[in-house]
Design a protein around this ligand. Structure first.
Ligand SMILES: [Zn+2]
Ligand SMILES: [Zn+2]
Length: 387
């Protein structure tokens, strides 16, 4: 047990005794609780194991006069000012850093956060203390490939998510069927080994039980005694319309399920969108490049332009449209995330013929002669010199 443990855990509450309880009262309460929560008497209830460890830990400290005093001192020193989770403690140092445990996963069981009724629910009401401690599920990240159309319109995808779970064979105890783990003799079930370094008590996971507080004589063949397994779930999630390549989208509540009624975590999906042979995207707008002939650009024309998932539209090219000009077609773009529709941006590109037949060549030569006085590069050199 580290000083951090001392600050986070209310051993008096764990044992259900007052702060002024006598040694005998502590012992009595401990015996009663330990009997009720002993893993041998609660096979198949992994919460009993946690309760039993907690009770043993509390008793180890409170039954020892010297350790009880250290514990009381630590708690009165840091009083209500300590917040688990690595906040800055009194004197400006970070307790999390000091004890080498940057983050704390303390949930609603933080100091002062639990009621006695929760504690005793497991003993007298059939509900374990652990069962009332809800925990949010973990966030999960995955990725998916979408076609351009799917990204534009939105799509429902199913994801196979694998997460850590208790081994299904032994229900997390790590013990072979018909056997139960027993309390680790080395750490007396606390899971910690303590090293006293000049006033500080440094805690390390117990080398015998690797921090579980329990040892297994006959390991479960499925998990080799670790108690850990994997569970695979398939979930359906809607990718909204309008996502872009490389975007990481958050699907609330689609991550790992919470424990004991806690909310589920979130699912993050990184989307990879395949490029479309014709359409592109810029912001909420769809883009397309449309080739036109020189006469169409010069004289004006109505040209048919395809849309994504719809009928083609007729776009009016005004006379004298330069190559590269972009025309906006309202409402023919991709669906935005708010359900409205963006615009389609049509970029006009003048196509230059590679081969000209006799008539076309002749016509073009005439055109050149007719426009000989026009110089599109007029003043270019002067402007290049900054004049
Ligand atoms: Zn197992
Ligand atoms: Zn141990």
């Amino acid at each position: 047990m580290s000083t951090k443990d001392y600050l986070e855990k209310d051993y008096y509450k764990v044992l259900g005794v007052s702060k002024t309880a006598t040694k005998d009262e502590i012992k009595q309460s401990y015996r009663k609780l330990a009997r009720a929560n002993h893993p041998d008497a609660n096979t198949g209830d992994p919460k009993a194991e946690d309760r039993f460890k907690e009770i043993s830990e509390a008793y180890t400290v409170l039954s020892d006069e010297k350790r009880r005093k250290e514990y009381d001192d630590a708690r009165s020193l840091f009083g209500g000012s300590y917040r688990p989770g690595g906040g800055t403690g009194p004197g400006g140092f970070d307790l999390g850093d000091l004890f080498g445990q940057g983050t704390s996963t303390t949930g609603p069981g933080a100091p002062g956060g639990e009621r006695l009724s929760d504690l005793f629910g497991g003993l007298f009401g059939g509900r374990g203390r652990g069962a009332t401690q809800s925990r949010r599920g973990a966030d999960v990240e995955t990725e998916t490939r979408l076609t351009f159309d799917e990204a534009a319109t939105g799509v429902t995808r199913s994801f196979q998510l694998t997460s850590d779970a208790a081994c299904p064979t032994c229900k997390g105890t790590g013990a072979k069927a018909g056997t139960a783990p027993r309390m680790c003799p080395k750490c007396a079930g606390t899971g910690h080994e303590n090293k006293n370094l000049g006033g500080f008590s440094l805690s390390e996971p117990c080398s015998e039980c690797r921090g579980r507080g329990l040892v297994v004589d006959d390991p479960c063949p499925t998990c080799s005694g670790s108690g850990r397994g994997k569970s695979t779930r398939t979930i359906q999630a809607r990718i909204p319309a309008g996502v872009s390549d490389g975007q990481r989208i958050r699907l609330k509540g689609k991550g790992a399920p919470g424990e004991n009624g806690g909310p589920a975590g979130d699912l993050y999906v990184v989307v990879h969108v395949q490029p479309h042979p014709v359409f592109g995207k810029t912001g909420d707008n769809l883009t397309i490049t449309v080739p036109v002939t020189f006469p169409e650009a010069a004289l004006g024309a109505d040209v048919r332009v395809p849309t994504l998932n719809g009928l083609p539209v007729t776009v009016k090219i005004p006379p004298g449209t330069p190559s590269g000009r972009t025309l906006r077609v309202r409402g023919k773009g991709a669906t935005r995330r708010d359900g409205t529709t963006g615009d389609m941006l049509v970029t006009v590109e003048v196509a230059v013929p590679r081969d000209l037949n006799g008539d076309a060549r002749e016509a073009l030569e005439k055109f050149r002669a007719a426009t000989a006085h026009e110089d599109p590069r007029h003043g270019l050199e002067a402007r290049a010199k900054g004049m």
